[in-house]
Design a protein around this ligand. Structure first.
Ligand SMILES: [Zn+2]
Ligand SMILES: [Zn+2]
Length: 303
C-alpha cells in the first residue's frame, strides 16, 4: 500500500472513531455499556431459543393483524397472568420458574425517522427536532428475565444508571431507558432527538423510550405502558384504580416516591400493588418512565 493510501485509510479510521465518540457524548450512560455488549453479541443471540427473524429496515412494514412489524415474533404464553397476556405484544413472553421471560427484536410498530429514508416505515422528524447522529433502528435479540413475584428491596436500592442493556420492556416490546444522559448532555437536550413517538435509537440501534411511548398512551394517559425489570408495572401519568377513580399522581405533591411509584389498586390489580408512573423527574428535569433507583430487585437483560 502506498504511503498516501495508508494515510488516507488512517484518517478515515480516525474520523470513524471520532464520529463514534461524538455519538457517544450524545448517548445515555447505559448506552456506553450497550455499545460494548452489542459489539460482542450482534452475530448470535445470547439465548439460542430466540427464534425471531432479523427485521430489515428497507423492507419493514406493519402487519395489520398483529400490529407489529411483519416477520416479528409476537406471542404470550397461556400461563402468563392476564395483565401481561392481554396487553403485551411484539415480543415472545413466557414463564420460566419464578421469572417472566421476554424475547424481543425491539423494532417499533410505529413509523420513525430512525428506520432510514429508504424504509416504508420512515417519516420525518417533527419540526424543531434534530437527528441523533447516524443512529438507525436495528433488529436486536433482547432476552429479559424478570421476577414474577416482585417485592420491595430492603436497604439500599439498586440504581438504574448503568450496567443495563435496558431497564424495562414496553407493552409493544421496546426497551425502556433510564432518566439520564451521558455528561455533558442532559436528557432534556436529548429529548430533541426523539421521533414523533418519543423514541430514538442509541449507537448500536437499540430503539428505546425514556419518556411516554406515544404509540401506546397518546389517547389514554392511564394506559399500562410496560414493566420494569424488577417486575413492577409502569403506567402513564394518570392512575386509574380498581374502582375507576382517576388521579394524576406526582412526585412534587408527594403522591409518588422518588422512584415514580406508589401502592394502590389499579385497573389490573384488585389488591394494593406497587407500580410506577410516567412523571416529572427531578434528575432528568423532564417527565420520564423511571427514576434513579428500582423499587424492587432487578432481573437481568441480555442482547
Ligand atoms: Zn436515549
Ligand atoms: Zn398509580
Amino acid at each position: 500500500m502506498e504511503r498516501k493510501q495508508i494515510l488516507a485509510t488512517t484518517s478515515l479510521l480516525v474520523l470513524f472513531v471520532l464520529s463514534l465518540t461524538n455519538c457517544k457524548t450524545k448517548s445515555d450512560n447505559d448506552e456506553e455499556t450497550l455499545l460494548l455488549l452489542a459489539a460482542a453479541s450482534l452475530r448470535t443471540c445470547a439465548n439460542s431459543a430466540f427464534t425471531g427473524t432479523t427485521v430489515v429496515n428497507s423492507t419493514a412494514t406493519l402487519d395489520t393483524n398483529t400490529d407489529c412489524i411483519t416477520g416479528m415474533t409476537s406471542s404470550m404464553s397461556s400461563d402468563l397472568p392476564a395483565w401481561i397476556r392481554n396487553n403485551f405484544k411484539c415480543s415472545v413472553g413466557s414463564v420460566s420458574g419464578s421469572n417472566y421471560v421476554f424475547r424481543a427484536q425491539n423494532i417499533p410498530n410505529n413509523k420513525s425517522y430512525y428506520f432510514g429514508s429508504s424504509s416504508p416505515m420512515y417519516e420525518s422528524l417533527a419540526a424543531g427536532q434534530k437527528s441523533a447522529g447516524n443512529n438507525q433502528i436495528q433488529s436486536q435479540c433482547l432476552v429479559y428475565t424478570i421476577p414474577s413475584s416482585p417485592a420491595a428491596k430492603s436497604g439500599t436500592k439498586v440504581g438504574t444508571q448503568s450496567g443495563y442493556v435496558s431497564v424495562g420492556i414496553t407493552v409493544n416490546g421496546l426497551a425502556i431507558f433510564n432518566n439520564a444522559a451521558a455528561a455533558p448532555d442532559t436528557l432534556a437536550a436529548e429529548q430533541q432527538t426523539f421521533d414523533k413517538y418519543n423514541g430514538h435509537p442509541q449507537s448500536s440501534g437499540v430503539y428505546h423510550h425514556h419518556a411516554r411511548p406515544l404509540n401506546v398512551d397518546a389517547s389514554n394517559a392511564s394506559a399500562l405502558l410496560g414493566m420494569l425489570i424488577d417486575g413492577f408495572a409502569v403506567y402513564g401519568s394518570d392512575c386509574k384504580d380498581a374502582s375507576n377513580n382517576t388521579t394524576t399522581p406526582t412526585i412534587a405533591n408527594g403522591d409518588l416516591d422518588a422512584n415514580h411509584g406508589h401502592t394502590t389498586t389499579t385497573q389490573h390489580f384488585a389488591t394494593l400493588t406497587y407500580h410506577y408512573h410516567y412523571s416529572q423527574d427531578p434528575t432528568a428535569t423532564i417527565p420520564t418512565l423511571i427514576g434513579s433507583f428500582f423499587h424492587g430487585t432487578p432481573g437481568t437483560v441480555s442482547n
